[in-house]
Design a protein around this ligand. Structure first.
Ligand SMILES: [Zn+2]
Length: 463
């Protein structure tokens, strides 16, 4: 396997391949096949997102994939932002269509033509929905599995509120969802307010979640957008307030994709392969029976262990394949399984199991009675992953106070006045683009380029 530090790009492609996550040999570039193991991991992420969204009062829907040109062109700025990325359906069989149909690049235009039918009164608000669907964008840049694809596995939440203040509260609620999710995924991120020229088309402002990745580039793993009344005015989304006045709603959105999986692969993995936080792992515990004398008893004992673990909700499996234990150990380590249980004759005789953690070298022997405690070992693995990831984040996101250090092979933060001339200068020097002012950092200082008053801002080469 490739060395992760010396060639991250190669390592990344190779691990996706050998762990069986995705196959990019499909005939349409940028449209990849989800393989069973990769799909299972993504479905675990989706399932966490479903739970957290529903806990936050956001309900799941599913919209049609096609949007008519008319619908799409209602919001000019929005459609302009996507005009080079839309796939168009222009024929039904051999008949040219009266109106061209777009494969959704995102679902504002689809949803907001329905919102006026559903939102009439202040009692309908706040109105909150999400969907997890494929969206389509004609990417012209180099495609890369889970990072830049043309068919995107997309989570999008859309909400409508009685006023701007209530919409702002929703922005805070999105952050709570993101915090819970990043805790499960064991990744850290910075919240950067995208510059005016890089915000979502049609938004008042956009906040992106950026995380440094190996390969000295950062990855945008999610975004939240405050729309204010921008879309509502164009799509006519109004309601009757409690005093009988018609008002426009204020809207927000939250978008995530399989880039979450890319971050998990890239940040946690090592030269042995994937390392998966236990909530994501398709197999949380792999049981390896060691072949030898009285193998029947070993298998029987392994099944007993599996039954106990399954009864407490652990996803576990017995590896009965005809390979050496060493081969099996490597194989499951490559797949990032958090815990391995080895069972030989001795374990059967002592009523014990030997546990090996993906993140530690030392093995632990526990008695059968202690098996109920398995979650504490899974949490220990998560703690190791989190510690490693947070060290990586802190090492790869550094503050600089001198423009001469702009070429650090990292994500950097520095004081910036917010002007494009200054960020263009930074980009010319380092290929780093302005990710924006860091949301939760109120420190102020002189802009690293022009010396005018600035705020802490993030810059990075990006994927
Ligand atoms: Zn400046």
């Amino acid at each position: 396997m490739e060395n992760k530090k010396t060639d991250f790009s190669e390592w990344y492609n190779e691990i996706i391949d050998i762990a069986g996550l995705s196959d990019k040999r499909y005939l349409i570039k940028g449209m990849n096949v989800w393989l069973p193991y990769g799909l299972k991991i993504m479905q675990s992420i989706d399932s966490l997102l479903r739970d957290y969204s529903e806990d936050g009062g956001i309900n799941e829907v599913s919209f049609p994939v096609l949007i008519s040109r008319e619908q799409l062109e209602v919001e000019f700025e929005h459609v302009k932002g996507f005009e080079n990325e839309i796939y168009w359906v222009t024929r039904g069989g051999t008949t040219p269509l009266d109106i061209d149909l777009a494969l959704r690049p995102t679902s504002e235009a689809a949803m907001y033509t329905m919102f006026p039918l559903w939102i009439r009164s202040h009692t309908d608000l706040p109105f909150r929905i999400f969907q997890i669907v494929s969206v389509y964008r004609y990417e012209t840049k180099h495609t890369r599995s889970f990072i830049r694809v043309r068919e995107i596995h997309f989570y999008e939440a859309h909400t409508a509120h009685k006023d701007f203040e209530d919409a702002e509260l929703q922005m805070e609620n999105y952050l709570k969802i993101m915090d819970k999710l990043s805790e499960d995924l064991c990744i850290s991120f910075s919240m950067d307010i995208r510059p005016e020229w890089d915000k979502f088309p049609g938004a008042m402002y956009s906040v992106a979640f950026d995380t440094p990745m190996p390969g000295s580039r950062s990855l945008q793993i999610g975004t939240i957008h405050e729309y204010g009344e921008n879309f509502a005015r164009n799509y006519g989304i109004r309601y009757l307030d409690d005093e009988g006045n018609m008002k426009f709603v204020s809207q927000t959105t939250f978008g995530l994709s399989e880039r979450l999986l890319a971050a998990v692969i890239g940040i946690h993995g090592d030269d042995k392969g994937l390392i998966l936080p236990y909530k994501l792992a398709p197999v949380q515990v792999i049981i390896v029976p060691i072949q030898g004398d009285e193998y029947d008893k070993i298998l029987e004992y392994s099944t007993k262990i599996q039954d106990i673990l399954k009864s407490i909700g652990v996803r576990c499996r017995i590896d009965e394949r005809d390979y050496t234990p060493g081969y099996k150990y490597n194989d499951w380590e490559m797949k990032g399984v958090p815990l391995r249980i080895e069972i030989g004759r001795r374990e059967v005789e002592d009523n014990t199991v030997t546990i090996s953690m993906r993140t530690r070298k030392k093995k632990i022997k526990i008695s059968l009675d202690e098996l109920n405690n398995i979650y504490s070992y899974l949490r220990d693995v998560n703690q190791d992953i989190k510690k490693h990831a947070s060290e990586f984040y802190n090492d790869n996101r550094v503050f600089i106070d001198n423009i001469e250090n702009i070429n650090e092979e990292k994500m950097v933060t520095a004081y910036w006045c917010g002007n494009k001339e200054c960020s263009d200068r930074i980009e010319a020097l380092s290929e780093k683009t302005a990710l924006g002012i860091v949301r939760n950092d109120n420190e102020a200082g002189p802009c690293i380029v022009c010396g005018k008053p600035g705020k802490v801002s993030a810059f990075s080469r990006t994927y």
